[in-house]
Design a binder for this molecule. Structure first.
Ligand SMILES: Nc1ncnc2c1ncn2[C@@H]1O[C@H](COP(=O)(O)OP(=O)(O)OP(=O)(O)O)[C@@H](O)[C@H]1O
Ligand SMILES: [Mg+2]
Length: 276
């Protein structure tokens, strides 16, 4: 299969009329691993929400395509069918819907893009078998599949549930927004190995959003990008991660005063309550 390309060009996005992303350009090919780092509030989650089509995030300029197909005009579920997957920083719970039920529907929709609501789901027997295998590999108790999605899940369980979705949906591109946050040391390894297994099996292009080096020791990025004030100001290899760990973000701000100024302005506005 041809490697697909996710191409983001000069993407601008706003929330409540306030511009957060100010021209993000990024190309991810299937099989590549990219890391996206940057200070709190720099727009990392905004980028993932804008790409997934969250209604609060308005794209005002720029493009995002998969193999040339504009994804920004698609509904969120159509973006998933086009091969995009987002593991949320803060997954929401869906009371009344079990993990298994949710996944069976999601998997049926993504694997059979022409499926209409109410039409056949993938056969229970096949689904169960696959789910059990994936849960085994992620070290999850099968009992877990009977629980309501994210309801009362511990931080670590939520993250595992996200990676289970990834493993079942097998997307061409996966954005993992702080999948390492709240995980204990062993869980970071287990979850990372899960991501690597999926990525190597199907050649998923991965964008790992993180603040810390630890997860990147397991999910090894070839490319590292730094977001500041809503744009990517630095791109490089894994050595960038070491430099950030050692020196923090001040050198980045000094090197990119325009972006640092935008960061300050956004913070000031927030303090002034203009986001109400
Ligand atoms: N729904 C929202 N309403 C108002 N402001 C928002 C909303 N979502 C994001 N913002 C603002 O947009 C800016 C970027 O937020 P975003 O969540 O993208 O940052 P981030 O880089 O993911 O930060 P972190 O590292 O803390 O997760 C912040 O100033 C944030 O307060
Ligand atoms: Mg975030």
């Amino acid at each position: 299969m041809e490697a697909k390309v996710l191409q983001i060009d000069n993407l601008h996005a706003s929330i409540d009329g306030k511009e957060i992303l100010k021209g993000v350009t990024l190309t991810i090919r299937q099989g590549e691993v990219h890391a996206l780092m940057g200070p709190n509030g720099s727009g990392k989650s905004t980028l993932s929400y804008a790409l997934m089509g969250h209604p609060n995030y308005e794209v005002t300029e720029g493009t995002a395509t998969i193999d040339g197909q504009d994804i920004l005009t698609l509904e969120a579920d159509e973006r998933a069918k086009a091969g995009l997957f987002l593991a949320f920083q803060y997954p929401t719970s869906i009371p009344g819907v079990t993990v298994a039920n949710f996944l069976r529907h999601a998997v049926s929709n993504v694997r059979n893009p022409d499926r209409k609501e109410g039409e056949d789901l993938i056969p229970m027997r096949d689904f169960r078998k696959e789910l059990r295998e994936q849960m085994d590999e992620l070290g999850m108790d099968t009992e877990f599949a009977r629980r309501y999605l994210n309801e009362g899940f511990s931080g670590g369980e939520k993250k595992r549930a996200e990676v289970l979705q990834l493993a079942m949906l097998r997307p061409a591109f996966a954005i993992l927004d702080e999948t390492d946050s709240g995980l204990d040391i062993d869980a970071v390894r287990v979850v990372s190995e899960g991501v690597n297994r999926v990525a190597s099996k199907i050649g998923t292009g991965v964008l790992v959003i993180t603040h810390y080096k630890r997860i990147l020791e397991y999910i090894k990025p070839q490319f590292v990008h730094i977001l500041l004030g809503g744009r990517i100001v630095e791109s490089g290899g894994p050595e960038l991660v070491d430099k950030l760990e050692a020196e923090g973000y001040d050198w980045i701000r000094e090197k990119h005063p325009e972006a640092a100024k935008d960061e300050d302005e956004l913070e000031a506005k927030e303090k002034a309550g203009q986001f109400a």
